[in-house]
Design a protein around this ligand. Structure first.
Ligand code: ADP
Ligand code: MG
Length: 346
Protein backbone atom coordinates (compact mmCIF):
# COMPACT_ATOMS: atom_id res chain seq x y z
CA UNK A 1 0.00 0.00 0.00
CA UNK A 2 1.28 3.46 -0.68
CA UNK A 3 -1.52 5.88 0.17
CA UNK A 4 -4.01 4.98 2.91
CA UNK A 5 -7.05 7.20 3.30
CA UNK A 6 -9.01 6.30 6.40
CA UNK A 7 -12.45 7.60 7.43
CA UNK A 8 -12.06 11.05 5.97
CA UNK A 9 -14.94 13.41 6.66
CA UNK A 10 -15.21 17.00 5.48
CA UNK A 11 -18.16 19.35 5.88
CA UNK A 12 -18.82 22.86 4.64
CA UNK A 13 -21.16 24.41 7.24
CA UNK A 14 -23.75 21.65 7.70
CA UNK A 15 -23.12 19.98 4.38
CA UNK A 16 -21.05 16.78 4.40
CA UNK A 17 -19.02 16.94 1.18
CA UNK A 18 -17.15 13.77 2.23
CA UNK A 19 -18.51 11.21 4.65
CA UNK A 20 -16.24 8.48 6.10
CA UNK A 21 -14.22 7.95 2.94
CA UNK A 22 -11.64 5.15 3.08
CA UNK A 23 -9.52 3.62 0.33
CA UNK A 24 -5.94 2.63 -0.40
CA UNK A 25 -3.71 2.77 -3.42
CA UNK A 26 -1.09 0.23 -4.41
CA UNK A 27 2.35 1.54 -5.24
CA UNK A 28 2.44 2.60 -8.91
CA UNK A 29 -1.29 2.14 -9.35
CA UNK A 30 -3.52 4.16 -11.66
CA UNK A 31 -6.67 4.79 -9.65
CA UNK A 32 -9.71 6.60 -11.02
CA UNK A 33 -12.06 8.54 -8.77
CA UNK A 34 -15.38 8.46 -10.57
CA UNK A 35 -18.56 10.26 -9.59
CA UNK A 36 -21.09 12.78 -10.79
CA UNK A 37 -20.57 16.48 -10.37
CA UNK A 38 -20.83 17.47 -6.70
CA UNK A 39 -19.95 14.01 -5.35
CA UNK A 40 -16.84 15.31 -3.55
CA UNK A 41 -14.03 14.42 -5.97
CA UNK A 42 -12.28 17.78 -5.97
CA UNK A 43 -12.74 18.15 -2.20
CA UNK A 44 -10.97 14.82 -1.73
CA UNK A 45 -8.07 15.72 -4.02
CA UNK A 46 -7.59 19.05 -2.27
CA UNK A 47 -7.34 17.26 1.09
CA UNK A 48 -4.79 14.82 -0.31
CA UNK A 49 -2.76 17.66 -1.81
CA UNK A 50 -2.71 19.59 1.44
CA UNK A 51 -4.71 22.52 0.09
CA UNK A 52 -7.35 21.93 2.77
CA UNK A 53 -7.71 19.86 5.98
CA UNK A 54 -10.35 17.20 6.74
CA UNK A 55 -12.58 17.44 9.84
CA UNK A 56 -11.60 13.92 10.85
CA UNK A 57 -9.83 10.86 9.52
CA UNK A 58 -6.25 10.05 8.62
CA UNK A 59 -4.10 10.00 5.50
CA UNK A 60 -0.77 8.20 5.43
CA UNK A 61 1.69 7.75 2.62
CA UNK A 62 4.16 4.89 3.00
CA UNK A 63 3.56 5.00 6.72
CA UNK A 64 4.08 8.75 7.07
CA UNK A 65 1.29 10.97 8.46
CA UNK A 66 0.43 13.08 5.43
CA UNK A 67 -1.93 15.41 7.26
CA UNK A 68 0.99 16.62 9.36
CA UNK A 69 2.89 17.70 6.24
CA UNK A 70 2.29 20.92 4.32
CA UNK A 71 1.50 20.85 0.62
CA UNK A 72 5.10 21.22 -0.51
CA UNK A 73 6.39 18.56 1.89
CA UNK A 74 3.91 16.05 0.50
CA UNK A 75 5.57 16.38 -2.92
CA UNK A 76 2.42 15.90 -4.91
CA UNK A 77 2.06 16.73 -8.59
CA UNK A 78 -1.30 18.18 -9.59
CA UNK A 79 -3.03 18.95 -12.88
CA UNK A 80 -6.40 20.68 -13.01
CA UNK A 81 -9.03 20.96 -15.70
CA UNK A 82 -8.28 24.59 -16.40
CA UNK A 83 -4.90 25.30 -17.86
CA UNK A 84 -2.89 26.49 -14.92
CA UNK A 85 0.23 27.33 -16.93
CA UNK A 86 2.02 30.64 -16.41
CA UNK A 87 1.27 32.71 -19.48
CA UNK A 88 4.38 34.83 -19.32
CA UNK A 89 6.68 31.80 -19.18
CA UNK A 90 7.74 29.55 -22.04
CA UNK A 91 6.96 25.86 -22.03
CA UNK A 92 10.47 25.11 -20.73
CA UNK A 93 10.18 27.70 -17.98
CA UNK A 94 6.78 26.35 -16.98
CA UNK A 95 8.13 22.83 -16.69
CA UNK A 96 11.18 23.98 -14.73
CA UNK A 97 9.13 26.10 -12.34
CA UNK A 98 8.69 23.57 -9.53
CA UNK A 99 12.44 22.87 -9.52
CA UNK A 100 13.50 26.52 -9.71
CA UNK A 101 11.45 27.46 -6.64
CA UNK A 102 12.94 24.73 -4.43
CA UNK A 103 14.95 25.94 -1.43
CA UNK A 104 18.60 26.39 -2.50
CA UNK A 105 19.91 23.27 -0.73
CA UNK A 106 17.38 21.01 -2.47
CA UNK A 107 17.52 22.68 -5.85
CA UNK A 108 19.22 20.78 -8.67
CA UNK A 109 21.91 22.60 -10.65
CA UNK A 110 21.00 24.65 -13.75
CA UNK A 111 22.39 21.92 -15.98
CA UNK A 112 20.40 19.24 -14.16
CA UNK A 113 17.20 21.26 -14.46
CA UNK A 114 17.84 21.76 -18.16
CA UNK A 115 18.39 18.06 -18.70
CA UNK A 116 15.25 17.21 -16.73
CA UNK A 117 13.17 19.65 -18.78
CA UNK A 118 14.51 18.17 -22.02
CA UNK A 119 13.70 14.63 -20.94
CA UNK A 120 10.18 15.68 -19.93
CA UNK A 121 9.64 17.48 -23.25
CA UNK A 122 10.63 14.26 -24.92
CA UNK A 123 8.28 12.26 -22.70
CA UNK A 124 5.31 14.49 -23.59
CA UNK A 125 6.39 14.53 -27.25
CA UNK A 126 6.76 18.30 -27.49
CA UNK A 127 10.52 18.44 -27.95
CA UNK A 128 10.42 21.24 -30.50
CA UNK A 129 7.99 23.48 -28.66
CA UNK A 130 10.02 24.32 -25.56
CA UNK A 131 10.44 27.97 -26.51
CA UNK A 132 6.77 28.60 -27.16
CA UNK A 133 4.37 30.38 -24.84
CA UNK A 134 1.14 28.70 -23.66
CA UNK A 135 -0.94 30.94 -25.95
CA UNK A 136 0.85 29.36 -28.92
CA UNK A 137 -0.28 25.83 -27.99
CA UNK A 138 -3.50 23.87 -28.48
CA UNK A 139 -5.57 22.88 -25.46
CA UNK A 140 -4.29 19.32 -25.59
CA UNK A 141 -0.67 20.48 -25.82
CA UNK A 142 -1.15 22.76 -22.83
CA UNK A 143 -2.42 19.88 -20.72
CA UNK A 144 0.61 17.85 -21.76
CA UNK A 145 2.85 20.68 -20.57
CA UNK A 146 0.86 20.88 -17.32
CA UNK A 147 1.52 17.18 -16.81
CA UNK A 148 5.25 17.59 -17.49
CA UNK A 149 5.34 20.43 -14.99
CA UNK A 150 3.64 18.23 -12.39
CA UNK A 151 6.11 15.40 -13.09
CA UNK A 152 9.20 17.65 -12.92
CA UNK A 153 9.36 17.56 -9.13
CA UNK A 154 9.40 13.71 -9.23
CA UNK A 155 6.12 13.59 -7.31
CA UNK A 156 5.33 10.78 -4.92
CA UNK A 157 1.73 10.92 -6.10
CA UNK A 158 0.15 12.48 -9.16
CA UNK A 159 -3.34 13.96 -8.70
CA UNK A 160 -5.27 14.79 -11.86
CA UNK A 161 -8.59 16.62 -11.53
CA UNK A 162 -10.56 16.17 -14.75
CA UNK A 163 -7.46 17.15 -16.73
CA UNK A 164 -9.13 16.59 -20.11
CA UNK A 165 -12.50 18.04 -19.13
CA UNK A 166 -12.17 21.15 -21.26
CA UNK A 167 -11.02 19.35 -24.42
CA UNK A 168 -13.09 17.99 -27.27
CA UNK A 169 -13.95 14.30 -27.45
CA UNK A 170 -11.36 13.24 -30.03
CA UNK A 171 -8.45 14.96 -28.31
CA UNK A 172 -9.62 13.50 -25.01
CA UNK A 173 -9.47 9.96 -26.34
CA UNK A 174 -6.02 10.53 -27.76
CA UNK A 175 -4.73 11.99 -24.50
CA UNK A 176 -6.26 9.16 -22.54
CA UNK A 177 -4.07 6.58 -24.26
CA UNK A 178 -1.12 8.90 -24.07
CA UNK A 179 -1.58 9.47 -20.32
CA UNK A 180 -1.75 5.76 -19.61
CA UNK A 181 1.51 5.26 -21.53
CA UNK A 182 3.22 8.04 -19.58
CA UNK A 183 1.98 6.51 -16.36
CA UNK A 184 3.36 3.11 -17.31
CA UNK A 185 6.71 4.67 -18.22
CA UNK A 186 7.08 6.73 -15.04
CA UNK A 187 5.34 4.31 -12.67
CA UNK A 188 4.08 7.14 -10.47
CA UNK A 189 1.02 6.39 -8.31
CA UNK A 190 -1.79 8.32 -9.96
CA UNK A 191 -5.27 9.37 -8.86
CA UNK A 192 -7.33 10.51 -11.81
CA UNK A 193 -10.63 12.28 -11.18
CA UNK A 194 -13.38 12.13 -13.76
CA UNK A 195 -17.16 12.13 -14.10
CA UNK A 196 -16.81 10.23 -17.39
CA UNK A 197 -17.32 6.51 -16.77
CA UNK A 198 -15.81 5.51 -20.09
CA UNK A 199 -12.65 7.45 -19.32
CA UNK A 200 -12.36 5.83 -15.88
CA UNK A 201 -13.00 2.28 -17.08
CA UNK A 202 -10.63 2.69 -20.00
CA UNK A 203 -7.72 4.14 -18.07
CA UNK A 204 -7.64 2.86 -14.55
CA UNK A 205 -6.35 -0.23 -12.78
CA UNK A 206 -9.09 0.28 -10.21
CA UNK A 207 -11.99 2.68 -9.89
CA UNK A 208 -13.41 4.29 -6.74
CA UNK A 209 -17.04 5.28 -7.31
CA UNK A 210 -18.21 8.25 -5.24
CA UNK A 211 -21.78 9.36 -4.68
CA UNK A 212 -22.81 12.20 -2.38
CA UNK A 213 -19.46 12.14 -0.59
CA UNK A 214 -19.52 8.40 0.08
CA UNK A 215 -17.87 5.47 -1.63
CA UNK A 216 -20.35 3.27 -3.47
CA UNK A 217 -17.86 0.71 -4.73
CA UNK A 218 -14.17 0.11 -5.31
CA UNK A 219 -13.08 -2.35 -7.95
CA UNK A 220 -11.35 -3.16 -11.18
CA UNK A 221 -13.22 -1.90 -14.25
CA UNK A 222 -14.50 -5.39 -15.09
CA UNK A 223 -15.63 -6.01 -11.52
CA UNK A 224 -17.67 -2.82 -11.54
CA UNK A 225 -19.17 -3.87 -14.82
CA UNK A 226 -19.89 -7.48 -13.88
CA UNK A 227 -20.72 -7.03 -10.21
CA UNK A 228 -22.02 -3.53 -9.64
CA UNK A 229 -22.70 -3.08 -5.91
CA UNK A 230 -25.77 -0.88 -6.34
CA UNK A 231 -28.24 0.40 -8.88
CA UNK A 232 -26.34 3.69 -8.78
CA UNK A 233 -23.13 2.03 -9.99
CA UNK A 234 -25.02 0.03 -12.60
CA UNK A 235 -26.81 3.10 -13.94
CA UNK A 236 -23.71 5.27 -13.84
CA UNK A 237 -21.70 2.89 -16.01
CA UNK A 238 -23.95 3.34 -19.02
CA UNK A 239 -27.43 3.39 -20.45
CA UNK A 240 -29.70 0.52 -19.49
CA UNK A 241 -33.25 -0.75 -19.66
CA UNK A 242 -35.64 -1.13 -16.75
CA UNK A 243 -38.69 -3.38 -16.48
CA UNK A 244 -40.60 -5.13 -13.71
CA UNK A 245 -40.34 -8.88 -13.23
CA UNK A 246 -41.17 -11.50 -10.65
CA UNK A 247 -37.91 -12.49 -9.03
CA UNK A 248 -37.18 -15.75 -7.22
CA UNK A 249 -34.00 -17.71 -6.66
CA UNK A 250 -31.67 -16.55 -9.40
CA UNK A 251 -34.37 -15.99 -12.01
CA UNK A 252 -36.61 -13.22 -13.22
CA UNK A 253 -39.96 -14.25 -14.71
CA UNK A 254 -41.69 -12.20 -17.39
CA UNK A 255 -44.86 -12.87 -19.28
CA UNK A 256 -44.04 -16.17 -21.01
CA UNK A 257 -40.31 -16.46 -20.34
CA UNK A 258 -37.69 -16.40 -17.60
CA UNK A 259 -34.08 -15.21 -17.64
CA UNK A 260 -31.15 -15.48 -15.22
CA UNK A 261 -31.06 -12.72 -12.62
CA UNK A 262 -28.04 -11.37 -10.75
CA UNK A 263 -29.55 -10.32 -7.45
CA UNK A 264 -27.82 -8.01 -4.97
CA UNK A 265 -29.58 -8.24 -1.62
CA UNK A 266 -32.37 -10.50 -0.41
CA UNK A 267 -35.08 -9.86 -2.96
CA UNK A 268 -38.07 -11.84 -4.18
CA UNK A 269 -41.43 -11.03 -5.73
CA UNK A 270 -42.17 -8.14 -8.01
CA UNK A 271 -39.05 -6.04 -8.58
CA UNK A 272 -37.64 -3.46 -10.92
CA UNK A 273 -34.91 -5.20 -12.93
CA UNK A 274 -32.28 -3.77 -15.26
CA UNK A 275 -30.49 -5.01 -18.33
CA UNK A 276 -27.80 -3.52 -20.50
CA UNK A 277 -28.19 -2.83 -24.22
CA UNK A 278 -25.58 -5.54 -24.91
CA UNK A 279 -27.39 -8.12 -22.78
CA UNK A 280 -30.38 -8.49 -25.09
CA UNK A 281 -31.40 -10.56 -28.08
CA UNK A 282 -33.69 -9.10 -30.69
CA UNK A 283 -35.51 -11.53 -32.99
CA UNK A 284 -38.54 -11.76 -35.24
CA UNK A 285 -39.95 -14.57 -33.10
CA UNK A 286 -40.80 -14.55 -29.43
CA UNK A 287 -40.54 -14.93 -26.63
CA UNK A 288 -39.61 -11.43 -25.53
CA UNK A 289 -41.13 -7.98 -25.21
CA UNK A 290 -43.02 -7.37 -28.44
CA UNK A 291 -42.33 -4.06 -30.13
CA UNK A 292 -41.40 -2.15 -33.26
CA UNK A 293 -37.97 -1.06 -34.40
CA UNK A 294 -37.91 2.69 -33.82
CA UNK A 295 -34.34 3.45 -34.85
CA UNK A 296 -31.20 1.73 -36.11
CA UNK A 297 -27.95 3.56 -35.50
CA UNK A 298 -24.31 2.66 -35.96
CA UNK A 299 -22.44 2.79 -32.64
CA UNK A 300 -18.77 2.38 -33.45
CA UNK A 301 -18.21 -1.26 -34.33
CA UNK A 302 -21.78 -2.07 -33.24
CA UNK A 303 -25.36 -1.47 -34.12
CA UNK A 304 -27.74 0.22 -31.72
CA UNK A 305 -31.47 -0.36 -31.89
CA UNK A 306 -34.35 1.35 -30.21
CA UNK A 307 -37.41 -0.84 -29.92
CA UNK A 308 -40.72 0.56 -28.75
CA UNK A 309 -42.83 -1.96 -26.88
CA UNK A 310 -46.62 -1.97 -27.09
CA UNK A 311 -46.93 -0.20 -23.73
CA UNK A 312 -44.71 2.62 -24.99
CA UNK A 313 -41.49 1.56 -23.20
CA UNK A 314 -38.44 2.13 -25.39
CA UNK A 315 -35.69 -0.49 -25.11
CA UNK A 316 -32.18 0.20 -26.24
CA UNK A 317 -30.20 -2.78 -27.49
CA UNK A 318 -26.75 -3.16 -28.95
CA UNK A 319 -25.43 -5.83 -31.29
CA UNK A 320 -22.44 -6.79 -33.36
CA UNK A 321 -22.72 -5.79 -37.02
CA UNK A 322 -22.62 -9.42 -38.08
CA UNK A 323 -25.47 -10.51 -35.77
CA UNK A 324 -29.06 -11.27 -36.85
CA UNK A 325 -30.02 -7.76 -35.79
CA UNK A 326 -28.29 -6.35 -38.88
CA UNK A 327 -31.07 -7.79 -41.07
CA UNK A 328 -33.75 -5.74 -39.32
CA UNK A 329 -35.45 -2.70 -40.83
CA UNK A 330 -37.33 0.23 -39.32
CA UNK A 331 -40.84 -0.61 -38.12
CA UNK A 332 -40.20 -4.36 -38.16
CA UNK A 333 -42.08 -6.17 -35.43
CA UNK A 334 -39.53 -7.75 -33.10
CA UNK A 335 -39.14 -9.34 -29.68
CA UNK A 336 -36.58 -8.07 -27.19
CA UNK A 337 -35.38 -10.72 -24.75
CA UNK A 338 -32.84 -9.92 -22.04
CA UNK A 339 -29.98 -12.41 -21.76
CA UNK A 340 -29.61 -11.61 -18.06
CA UNK A 341 -30.97 -8.99 -15.72
CA UNK A 342 -29.69 -7.27 -12.57
CA UNK A 343 -31.76 -6.63 -9.46
CA UNK A 344 -30.69 -4.30 -6.65
CA UNK A 345 -32.10 -3.66 -3.19
CA UNK A 346 -30.59 -0.17 -3.22
P1 ADP B 1 -16.93 17.33 -7.54
O1 ADP B 1 -15.50 17.68 -7.73
O2 ADP B 1 -17.19 15.85 -7.40
O3 ADP B 1 -17.83 17.93 -8.58
P2 ADP B 1 -16.72 18.96 -5.16
O4 ADP B 1 -15.73 18.24 -4.31
O5 ADP B 1 -16.22 20.14 -5.90
O6 ADP B 1 -17.43 17.93 -6.13
O7 ADP B 1 -17.92 19.43 -4.27
C1 ADP B 1 -18.66 18.54 -3.43
C2 ADP B 1 -19.72 19.32 -2.73
O8 ADP B 1 -19.14 20.18 -1.76
C3 ADP B 1 -20.54 20.21 -3.64
O9 ADP B 1 -21.88 20.17 -3.23
C4 ADP B 1 -19.95 21.57 -3.44
O10 ADP B 1 -20.91 22.57 -3.64
C5 ADP B 1 -19.50 21.53 -1.99
N1 ADP B 1 -18.34 22.36 -1.77
C6 ADP B 1 -17.10 22.18 -2.27
N2 ADP B 1 -16.24 23.12 -1.85
C7 ADP B 1 -16.95 23.96 -1.05
C8 ADP B 1 -16.63 25.14 -0.30
N3 ADP B 1 -15.39 25.63 -0.28
N4 ADP B 1 -17.62 25.71 0.40
C9 ADP B 1 -18.88 25.19 0.40
N5 ADP B 1 -19.24 24.09 -0.27
C10 ADP B 1 -18.30 23.47 -0.99
MG1 MG C 1 -14.56 18.71 -9.27
Amino acid sequence: MSLIVNNITKSFSDFAALNQVSFETHSGEFLALLGPSGSGKTTLLRLLAGLDQPDSGTVTFEGEDYLALNARERRIGMVFQSYALFRHMTVEQNIAFGLNVRPAKERPSKAEIKAKVQSLLKLIQLEDLGKRFPSQLSGGQRQRVALARALAISPRILLLDEPFGALDALVRKDLRRWLRRIHDETGVTTIFVTHDQEEALDLADRVVVLKDGQIEQIGKPLELYRKPASSFVFDFLGTNNQVTATVSGAEAAFDGFTVPAIITGDLTGEQLVRFRPFDAHVSKDGPGFKGKVLSILPAGANLRLEVQAEDGTVFETQHAHDSDASDLALNDTVYVKPIKVYVFGT
